[in-house]
Design a protein around this ligand. Structure first.
Ligand SMILES: C[S@@+](CC[C@H](N)C(=O)[O-])C[C@H]1O[C@@H](n2cnc3c(N)ncnc32)[C@H](O)[C@@H]1O
Length: 251
């Protein structure tokens, strides 16, 4: 077995390759990687624990769920809205958002991992939904037009991006004036031991990439967002799940 890779010795692109490899495995082995922290966790029971109503969805949607909150429930989505899900995984939040925005609205899921995208697209066919589209892309460089989205949601993904400021600047760019962002994400409320910060397994498991909550909120403000607030927090210890809202000022 080779020496474990140290996060600080990897380039941003090498970190993304590790993240892709980890979530390709999640797509194929049906177990949420962010769940690795809780050994008895299965992804569909995780979704139920987080308050999702998933009984009407097939196992292929819930089995690779790897979220840390329920941003769709907090987003107060309305008929006709255009929603974008950053790091859409197997599609759970995207499909629930699609139900809320109805036929006059639409949802764009963005993910960089081919195996996850394939799973999400297969799920869309299985569910017969036509108002959801899954695009391959990096959330640090969104394949989406300026000012074309009403609401951005994201569930346990931005912690995995090496350049979070870029993600927030891109989110700001694609939102319409007055648009809102609702994310659940892992953030720090304490210090992580060095061996955890340097562990790539801990990074892909949504721990080592987490930044202090105050820094996360500041990066949102620097990108131009207003009304930046923490709506809820869950968990205890150094790394917790925060539900964060931010608004792009109206023109
Ligand atoms: C922890 S999983 C969460 C997936 C989904 N949101 C859920 O709740 O089940 C992280 C997902 O984000 C994707 N991802 C991570 N970094 C990304 C990036 N820079 N650009 C696009 N997708 C990314 C991964 O491929 C994976 O599908």
């Amino acid at each position: 077995m080779g020496k474990p890779k140290q996060v600080s010795k990897l380039s941003d692109e090498e970190i993304k390759d590790e993240v892709r490899a980890a979530y390709a495995r999640v797509a194929m082995t049906r177990r949420g990687s962010c769940c690795d922290k809780a050994s008895s966790c299965s992804s569909d029971s995780l979704a139920s624990r987080l308050g999702y109503d998933v009984d009407h969805l097939p196992a292929s949607v819930t089995e690779s769920f790897a979220g840390c909150g329920n941003p769709t429930a907090l987003a107060e989505l309305r008929e006709g809205e255009v929603v974008m899900d950053l790091g859409s995984g197997a599609g759970l939040d995207a499909f629930l958002a699609a139900e809320k925005v109805g036929k006059t609205g639409r949802v764009i899921g963005i993910d960089m991992t081919s195996e996850m995208l394939q799973k999400a697209r297969d799920n869309a066919v299985k569910l017969g939904v036509t108002n959801v589209e899954f695009r391959q892309g990096d959330i640090e460089a969104l394949p989406v037009e300026d000012e074309s989205v009403d609401v951005i949601i994201s569930n346990c993904v931005i912690n995995l991006a090496p350049d979070k400021s870029k993600v927030f600047r891109e989110a700001f760019r694609v939102l319409r004036p007055g648009g809102r962002l609702l994310v659940s994400d892992m953030v720090l409320r304490g210090e992580l031991p060095e061996e955890i910060r340097e562990s790539i397994r801990s990074y892909t498991g949504c721990v080592a990439g987490a930044v202090p909550e105050s820094e996360y909120l500041e990066m949102l403000r620097e990108a131009g967002f207003e009304e930046v607030e923490v709506l809820e927090r869950s968990g205890s210890g150094a790394v917790v799940s925060s539900k964060i809202k931010a608004v792009k000022p109206a023109a």
